[in-house]
Structures are given as C-alpha cells and as structure tokens.
Design a protein around this ligand. Structure first.
Ligand SMILES: [Zn+2]
Length: 472
C-alpha cells in the first residue's frame, strides 16, 4: 500500500550548438499553427541554427547549401514536451529501520536514450519537471554543449517534499529547509522548482514565494493542498489532471473519498467518481486558476494507461523495444499505476474517464493555458512515442486538431518562456523544425508521420536515429 501511495513522474532534454553549412528546405508547405492553415510553397533558409529568410520557390538557391526537397510534405515547428523525466529509472521499495520508503534506481543509459527517442519523434524542446538535480542539470548542459543529441532542455531538480524518495526528493521539514534547497538548486542551474504532493499550503507558499524572489517558476503536483488554494498562492504551473484533494468534492462525498485518498492510482479515479464538475467547488477552482494565471499540464496519457490498463494496449506497444530491460522488468513486477487493481476498479475507471476529458475541456474553454506532457519514463510512457498518444487524447477531449497543436507548440513555448524564439516558422526564429509526410491539421494522428527533424542547424532522419539504438 505504501508503494501505491507515492509514485510520480519526471524528466529533461536539450540540443547542441555546433552549426554547419547553410540548409535550404525547398518546396515547403508550411503549417501555420497559429492560423490553422497551410502556406506554400516556400523556400526556408537556415543559417547558424536560425531561420534566415523565407522566400517563394522560384528564388535562386545558393550552390553551397545543403538542400532538402520537401515537395509533397509539410513543415512545422518542432513539438514541445512539457513533462519528461530523464533522471528516472526503476522505482523500488526499500526499508530503513523497518520503515518503508521509495527509491529510484538510476539507469545510466536513460538520459541519452530519452533525448534520442524524443528527437526522433519531432520533439525539439522539453521540460523535465523534477529529478535528481545532478542528472537533470548535467543532461541539460550536455545537450547545450553538443555532447548529447536531443531537444533543448529546461529542468527542475530534486522534488521538494516531506517524504523520503531516494534519488528523487529532498526531504524538507522546516521553512528554512525549503529556502536552502531552492537556493542550492538555483546555484546548480535549474530552470524550475518542483513542489510536491505532501506539502501543506503554508509550505507551498514559502516555496512559491522564495522561488519567485530568485527568478524561478514553480511547478507542483498537488494533493494535500487543493488546486484552488495553490492558485491563490500564485503557483505558476500545475501538473497532472488529478486534483485529488477532498475539499474540491461535494461536502457529503469527502469522508467516503478520504478512505481512498492515499491509495495512489485508486484515488485518481475515486476523486473523479465523486466530483461534481458543475459544483461551486469546481467553478471556484477554475476561477482561481484563471484569476491567477495558473497553467495546467494535464498529462492524460499516464492516467489513461492506468484507467485502461486492463486492455493491455500500453503493455504491448512496439516502441517498448527501445527501453532498457531493467526498466521494463520493474514495471512488470514492481512499479506500475495499477498495483492492486481488480476488475471492479477498471470498471469504474472506464466509466469516469469522460469526466477527466470534461475537466480538460472546461479548463480549455475557460482560458486556462494547457500544455502537452507525458510523464515519460514512468510506466509504459515511452519517450517521444507517448507524446503522439497525448495529443490524440487531448483531441478526444473535444478540441480541434489546431487547438491541440497550439497547446503542444505555442503554449509549450510560453510555458518555457521561449515564445519569442521558438514555436513559429518565421524569420529570426530558431530553426527547430520538423518535416511530416501527412498534415496533422487534417488528422491529429498525422503528428507521428514526422520523418525529419532539424535542430541547431543540422537535420536528422527519424529512422537513422532509431536505427542506432539498441533494441530488445
Ligand atoms: Zn512527472
């Protein structure tokens, strides 16, 4: 039961800075994500990793340039993954003085592998919202220096929580502990601070305010503190569409829910079983999020994989062949979101999934900024491949294909604070571009037809990156 109570999610990525010759993509049909239209045909000139100019196809091409003919294909900005953990491995239960606690067993090959799987799937920027500071920051720096190939990374470090989780959390007790740890992470080079589920509103407030004071934004996976309370404290970003706090439920359901509230994934679906999305509690929550400009990173795919774990669809994905065996073995035997679930659990979980979709739709319609994240490297979330699943799940919430692409790219760039240089096919913007065989404005599943990725002034074939990886 202790194991059920705790798990989570994390990650990271970045890109090198070694520029080479000029690249010209000719005959490009450009997908304008903001307007939801296809513009074409154009020549895109890339130099030193930037889009230098965009012209009509009859312009004369420079003879020394590397020319990519995109005739018949589509070009768009690269995807932005807002939730991937590069410093997570197998999750195990350990004991200290007979007391149980969770621990991450790091797996050395995961950071590099995660970066390549993401890049090959068209992700050119990514956020790791929490993991061992040394690993997340090192991976970010290695991408930046060109030592590792992958999307540009923005990272949080150790997650601040009151509970021990070896190689993942820094266990805090006092307000001074919170301030010291945030200062320590800032010195090491993190971009965000991650505040975790067991923190009280008072502890959260200390963390949010101190992070802001030294120029860092706060991310939180909430449970003990409600979304409404955290929004009023001006938290920047909430991760996971599982509010999980009893004070957001109708008064007569709270006592019943509290019997399940500490049972991990069972609490996920129980909260949705009891919530009334038309209630005063939920409308107050949405108003607080809106008034305080809080964004939400739903990460639908890990919850969908749990709620529909009985279908076996996620356990049989072909892309699992790229992941290290110890990690797959860990998910099969020890760590997964369905620990202890019986037929009855799945039955209710299936029934409440439309309420999860409804909450996403309500947040979107009320102008809460959503982003696209997957919690990759948690059970059955394969980096890169799971991103396309997340986009399909967002679409099923009742959003248009264009709205999903805006969430993925435009909102993703805003979340990372890079919207003035990333997320558009436009002169002066970073040439973080992907070439796709099919148009995702017509069918969102076409995002996975990406076959070429351009980052840092170099182009890569999806298949070339994947072919170099070891397979099970
Ligand atoms: Zn996570």
């Amino acid at each position: 039961m202790k194991l059920l109570k705790l798990f989570t999610l994390f990650s990271i990525l970045n890109i090198g800075c070694v520029f080479s010759q000029e690249i010209i993509i000719k005959n490009a049909k450009i997908i304008n994500v903001e307007k939801g239209i296809v513009e074409g045909s154009r020549n895109i000139y890339i130099e030193n990793g930037l889009i230098k100019k965009i012209t009509y196809t009859n312009n004369k091409l420079n003879n020394n340039a590397k020319v990519i003919d995109a005739n018949g294909n589509y070009i768009m900005p690269g995807f932005i993954e807002s939730h991937v953990h590069v410093a997570i491995g197998a999750v195990k239960l350990k004991f200290e003085n007979k007391k149980p606690f969770l621990a991450v067993d790091l797996i050395d090959e995961i950071p590099d592998l995660t970066l390549k799987l993401m890049l090959s799937n068209g992700i050119t920027s990514a956020r790791d919202p929490g993991g061992l500071t040394e690993v997340t920051v090192r991976t970010k720096n290695n991408v930046e220096s060109g030592k590792l190939l992958g999307p540009e990374l923005f990272v949080a470090g150790n997650i601040l929580d009151t509970l021990k989780f070896e190689n993942l959390t820094t266990q805090i007790k006092t307000h001074k502990d919170i301030i010291d740890e945030i200062n320590n992470q800032k010195k090491k080079g993190v971009d965000f601070i991650k505040l975790y589920t067991s923190l009280s509103p008072e502890q959260l407030e200390v963390g949010i305010n101190h992070a802001r004071k030294i120029g860092l934004k706060s991310i939180s996976h909430l449970h003990t503190t409600s979304w409404t309370e955290a929004a009023k404290l001006k938290l920047d970003n909430i991760v996971h569409i599982i509010p999980g706090n009893e004070r957001l439920l109708p008064k007569d359901k709270r006592k019943e829910y509290l019997k399940y509230a500490n049972l991990g994934a069972i609490a996920f679906y129980k909260w949705f079983e009891y919530v009334d999305l038309e209630s005063k509690e939920i409308s107050e929550m949405i108003k607080a999020l809106k008034d305080n400009n809080v964004s939400v990173d739903p990460t639908l795919v890990p919850f969908h994989s749990a709620f529909f774990g009985d279908t076996g669809n996620y356990q049989s994905q072909e892309s699992l062949k790229y992941l290290p065996k110890p990690l797959l073995e860990n998910w099969k035997t020890t760590f997964n979101f369905n620990l202890g679930w019986k037929a009855k659990d799945y039955e209710i979980a299936h029934k409440v999934w439309p309420k999860v979709e409804q909450l996403v739709r309500m947040l979107h319609k009320n102008g809460i900024m959503l982003t696209a994240g997957t919690d990759a490297n948690n059970p059955y979330m394969v980096p890169g491949f799971s991103y396309h699943q997340e986009l399909q799940l967002l679409k099923k919430c009742g959003l248009s294909n264009q709205e999903v692409l805006k969430i993925a790219i435009i909102n993703g760039a805003k979340l990372l604070g890079i919207e003035n240089k990333v997320g558009k096919v436009k002169k002066g913007y970073q040439a973080d571009l992907i070439i796709l065989k099919e148009n995702p404005l017509e069918d969102i599943t076409n995002t996975s037809s990406v076959y070429k990725v351009i980052v840092n002034g170099k182009s890569y074939e999806k298949e070339d990156i994947l072919n170099e990886l070891k397979r099970n």
